[in-house]
Write a protein of this length. Sequence first.
Length: 193
Amino acid sequence: MRWGKKTVYGGEVTAMALTVTFTSEQQVIRTLETTFTQVQQRMDGLPFLNPRLQVRALGFQPWQQYWLGVLVTPWFMNFMLLPREDGVSVPRFGEAQLVNFPCGTFSFIAGHEGGIGSYMSCSLFSPVQELESQHLAEEIAMASLKQLLTAEASTAESSIPADCSAEPPRRTLFRRILGQQADKQHIQGKAVE
């Protein structure tokens, strides 16, 4: 763990900010789930929460100098990057950073939460009202992570730099994932008939 200065909400106020270095997948999962369950409790009763979903940290694995995985909550589903080593730089709170993956380039926003410290996230879904079950949310999360790390998920169009592409890689990724989900549901539907 290390301490550093942090600009709060883009203002001139600075505060000392804790940045946690995570050493195992279990530590990342436990810390994220505990912290965001506490956030959920503070948000209790807000209309945009999906009551069918609970906080789950999924698929966390080492990726470059970060832990990469997906965080599902009743209000969002995000790719998450958390520092795995001391000295890993994370942009200032609220700033964006482009991150290259095998399937394309994605914009991650720096965040900070007590107990976790600094992290970066990329929204998959927000809000998550359309997700009908925890099981479906977790399937989409894991399929998204798999596609993110698969070079074959990249198309000729997405090999164009993200800022020049007519369709952002994230949208292409979602179409591919949702298409797989629809195909799977169609196949399951035929098996039942």
